[in-house]
Design a protein around this ligand. Structure first.
Ligand code: MN9
Length: 291
């Protein structure tokens, strides 16, 4: 049953129209572009998808457009996290109605909630629907650090099936993977995908997959076939591109690269800054090398 949650999952970018609205047509294009490459699924409306910059209605629109474009072909994970439990529950119910396979959520942020409050938030959301829950461990962004002990505590609720681990601590990733409940663990930093796989990750959820999924599928396939040297060489090659993205702004660059490739992504929502002219040129060069 868990097989369908393994593999390469783009953290779907959210395209906007010129007026800054969620762009259903471009969502359909981006999903189709990636399904054709053979991705295993999508993680919709997370950090990469600017989910926390969208209204609840816009997030529902995004979920609907992505599910419609996917049409049941790959595994769909809806990111429903926000600071407000009520809103997250509303989004989880929407994802369930649309046929999503799982939900996921960042820990609630800003107020430095203690462990019991964070645990209550996750259980309230998970228990509001029949979908499995994937924890999102991203301590650099929200200050909540998952430990193995806390993960074991969460996984007492059978709704919890996995962890998206956006953290460079790969010892911790391996420790999660060694839990008796054998959770699905996703590598969260694309630039360390092969390292995450070698510490036990079942796949990856990543922003850079949006425009170069075939390269990560290749790393994944090589790794699983035992060609570690081949997988590592591929990782080193994609990391040259990722370091360019980081230099100019990851999401803005990814949108620009895809726009260069013919998918009308628009720009990131404020307070993200627009891409500099140097960034635009770098995006053009990346799109050219990938063609
Ligand atoms: O979802 C992404 N995480 C964040 C995963 O953006 C916080 C990654 O794909 C990174 O964007 C990528 C670049 O650092 O690894």
């Amino acid at each position: 049953m868990n097989e369908k949650f393994h593999g390469v999952f783009p953290a779907l970018l959210t395209p906007f129209t010129e007026q800054g609205k969620v762009n259903d047509k471009a969502i359909a294009d981006l999903v189709a572009f990636n399904v054709a490459k053979g991705v295993d699924g999508f993680y919709v409306g997370g950090s990469t998808g600017e989910g926390l910059l969208l209204t609840v209605d816009e997030r529902k629109q995004l979920f609907a457009a992505a599910a419609k474009a996917n049409a049941g072909r790959t595994t769909m994970i809806a990111h429903v996290g926000t600071i407000c439990t009520e809103h997250a529950i509303e989004l989880a119910r929407c994802a369930q109605d649309l046929g999503y396979d799982a939900i996921s959520a960042v820990a609630p942020y800003y107020y430095s909630f203690g462990y019991d409050a964070v645990k209550g938030y996750y259980n309230d959301i998970a228990d509001s629907v029949d979908l499995p829950m994937i924890l999102y461990n991203f301590p650099a962004a929200n200050g909540f650090g998952l430990t193995k002990e806390r993960a074991e505590d969460f996984f007492r609720n059978p709704k919890f099936i996995g962890i998206k681990h956006t953290n460079a601590d790969l010892f911790m990733l391996q420790q999660f993977k060694s839990m008796a409940c054998d959770p699905i663990v996703y590598n969260g930093f694309d630039e360390m995908f092969v390292a995450g796989l070698s510490m036990g990750a079942d796949g990856g959820i990543g922003s850079t997959y949006n425009f170069m999924a075939e390269r990560f599928i290749d790393i994944y396939d090589k790794f699983r076939a035992g060609d570690i040297a081949g997988a590592q060489a591929r990782q080193i090659a994609v990391n040259e591109i990722i370091s360019e993205l980081i230099r100019y702004g990851v999401f803005a660059m990814e949108k620009q690269v895809l726009t260069e490739m013919g998918i009308d992504m628009g720009v990131c929502r404020k307070p993200f800054l627009p891409l500099s002219d140097e960034g635009k040129q770098a995006a053009k060069n990346i799109a050219r090398t990938l063609r």
